[in-house]
Design a protein around this ligand. Structure first.
Ligand code: G3H
Length: 477
């Protein structure tokens, strides 16, 4: 809790103009935890778990829930502080930062309600073959939670809270961008939970690598890039003993059929692709439009996208804000240039990299499979649009992707929509008809195929993800 090692300044993506040009604003400082600090946090979590004999996993469910309720009350009282830090650290617009905070509180409250239901059902008895089995669910062990920068609060707590409720102990590795907003939260954790149950690490690979190599992590909960998830899992000396819950990259496609209602389609595609600068794992990252409707669709989308307001996160109506990931505009520009050099056209005036953090929205058409943007996740405000003659070509494109989270289908003919959505469900885990891709409502199972996820999260499924079914079996006399 008291750190006398090295610290690092936390910079906002926002800058002020200084005498030598723009200067990034310093928001505060964070500890840079090393291997020793990482292992100390892990050993604290191991001591609280104590191979399953610890106090926390053996505590009455009601007592664990009381700690989470206490945490939730404390977190609620820090709303203004956390929202302000989120706005400055990741440049999420104020309203969306408030929504993320409120959604997280609702998520925790709904998870508590789901826990209550699960506890009520825990005494279920199955009688078979002369035996009676008392069914329940128990914790898996020491959990390492790593959340992403784009939904730092929501997606970190969406794994941590169910893990704790089920009786696991945890180490939270704070998101590499969005660390400072955890300062008030860590205070809430330390006050609401017994010592060793929740531990935090604010560092990079130096801290995480030895933890994974130690073999002491039982559950790895990671939301972020598919490559990092693989690399982390591979560090564990006995991977078969490691239980993974991953939310990873995606390349969600919107398929636009000839009879789509273009007012609805354009509004949904605009929000789905450019919302929070396209920095959502659920964002629409590829549009596949029927040639019969493509010109009209693109013209309307272009006209709407031109009005996306670029600005500061607290400005009313702002749509595009600075990108917090270092080097992101350059990466997006390289994808855009690749598409342009292979025959795509830019439809939005002024599109592209404006400076080291700002990227003006881009709309590119037609994109073809030889372009990087057709396959790679951009995670930014760049929307590639490909064309098809037959919807079968669009299905083939989705099927060929390494990712398999969601798809959107826009059209009017109910029978066609039913047939195509049925086939799409073998390619992705969720099909959205006449609406954008998204994670919520949070009661719905959130999972994916291929390189996009391992396991399922949601208000109810999160509890299952961080536990395993356990039985007490009695001989029936
Ligand atoms: O980055 C992925 C988030 O879970 C997106 O959530 O679809 O509700 O915006 P959302």
């Amino acid at each position: 809790r008291v750190w006398d090692g090295p610290t690092q300044e936390v910079l906002s993506p926002l800058s002020t103009s200084g005498p030598a040009g723009p200067e990034r604003i310093v928001l505060g400082s964070c500890p840079v935890h090393d291997a020793v600090a990482g292992m100390a946090a892990l050993h604290a979590a191991c001591a609280a778990w104590d191979n399953g004999l610890g106090q926390w996993p053996n505590l009455d469910v009601e007592a664990r829930m009381a700690c989470v309720e206490d945490f939730c009350r404390r977190m609620r009282s820090r709303r203004a502080e956390i929202v302000r830090l989120m706005v400055w650290e990741i440049c999420k617009p104020t309203k969306e930062s408030e929504q993320e905070f409120d959604r997280t509180i609702e998520y925790i409250e709904a998870t508590l309600a789901a826990m209550r239901e699960m506890a009520a059902e825990a005494g279920r008895v199955i009688a078979a073959s002369g035996l009676r089995a008392l069914c329940g669910r128990s914790a898996r062990g020491v959990t390492l939670c790593l959340g992403p920068f784009n939904f730092p609060l929501n997606e970190t707590l969406a794994t941590l809270i169910p893990a704790l409720l089920m009786g696991n102990t945890a180490v939270v590795k704070l998101p590499r961008i969005g660390r400072l907003l955890f300062t008030p939260l860590l205070d809430c954790f330390h006050k609401a939970f017994p010592r060793g149950v929740v531990n935090s690490v604010s560092g990079g690979v130096e801290a995480v690598t030895p933890m994974m190599r130690s073999g002491l992590v039982d559950v790895l909960a990671f939301i972020g890039s598919s490559k990092s998830a693989e690399a982390l899992r591979a560090l564990h000396p006995r991977p078969t003993r490691l239980h993974c819950v991953f939310g990873l990259e995606a390349k969600n496609a919107a398929i636009i059929l000839p009879d789509a209602d273009l007012d609805v389609t354009v509004a949904e595609v605009l929000r789905g692709a450019y919302g929070f600068n396209g920095q959502r794992c659920t964002a629409l990252k590829l549009v596949l439009a029927s040639r019969l409707v493509a010109d009209a669709f693109l013209e309307r989308l272009r006209a709407s996208a031109e009005h996306l307001k670029i600005g500061l996160p607290w400005e009313p109506g702002v749509g595009i804000t600075p990108l917090p990931e270092p080097g992101k505009p350059r990466f997006l520009e390289s994808l855009r240039k690749d598409a342009l050099s292979r025959g795509a056209r830019e439809l939005l005036p002024g599109a592209g990299m404006l400076d080291e953090t700002l990227f003006a929205p881009s709309l590119l058409a037609p994109v073809t499979p030889d372009m990087r943007l057709y396959h790679e996740e951009q995670f930014g405000p760049v929307l590639p649009v490909g064309l098809f003659d037959d919807p079968e070509e669009a299905l083939r494109a989705v099927a060929a992707s390494n990712y398999g989270q969601q798809a959107s289908l826009f059209g009017s003919d109910v029978q066609v929509l039913a047939r195509l959505s049925g086939r799409l469900r073998n390619l992705v885990s969720r099909v959205n008809i006449n609406c954008k891709c998204q994670r919520g409502p949070d009661e719905l199972p959130f999972t994916a195929r291929k390189d996009s996820a391992v396991g399922t999260l949601s208000v109810g499924e999160g509890l299952a993800a961080f536990s395993l079914p356990t039985l007490t079996v009695l001989r029936h006399s």
